[in-house]
Design a protein around this ligand. Structure first.
Ligand code: SF4
Length: 149
């Protein structure tokens, strides 16, 4: 965590989920699972977010919203696809307007399995996402140092 200047903030977006995975994401915020003990804050503003956590698949209606949120987040950033729908479209994959998983649209760093994904798996995915974020910070710092040398 040495590269982080502040606690990593997270934005959650429900693509087109059945709300099963969303309920489990909310459970992570309850005192039972308490994801904030890792210093993670849930924000509604993409400009403040380091982690983009998405439930549900990508479809024709939400693709612009997902791209919009992603493009507003500062670099470096991490994308976590939660649940089978976010990974591949899941049970909705054959629906007429479903494009598939989140990686059809933006790069995904961590996939959290499950239908619905369990809170333990979501927290594990977020912790893995923090590792990826730290690596990206490290690479950015090295690039900045070379450019300023
Ligand atoms: S993975 Fe399962 S629980 Fe999660 S949004 Fe898809 S259908 Fe619902």
């Amino acid at each position: 965590m040495s590269y982080f200047k502040k606690s990593p903030w997270l934005i959650h977006y429900d693509g087109s989920s059945c709300n099963g995975c969303d309920i489990e994401v909310l459970a992570c915020l309850t005192p039972l699972y308490d994801i904030e003990r890792f210093g993670i804050i849930n924000t509604g503003n993409p400009k403040h977010a380091d982690i983009f956590l998405i439930t549900g698949s990508v479809n024709e209606q939400n693709k612009e919203v997902i791209q919009n949120i992603y493009s507003q987040m500062p670099d470096p950033k991490v994308v976590i696809a939660v649940g089978i729908c976010a990974a591949s479209g899941g049970v909705f994959a054959d629906c007429y307007n479903v494009m598939g998983g989140v990686d059809k649209l933006i790069p995904v760093d961590v996939y959290v399995p499950g239908c619905a994904a369990r809170p333990e798996a979501i927290i594990d995915g977020v912790v893995k996402g923090l590792d990826v974020l730290e690596q990206k910070y490290s690479q950015k710092n090295n690039t900045d140092k070379k450019e300023n040398a």
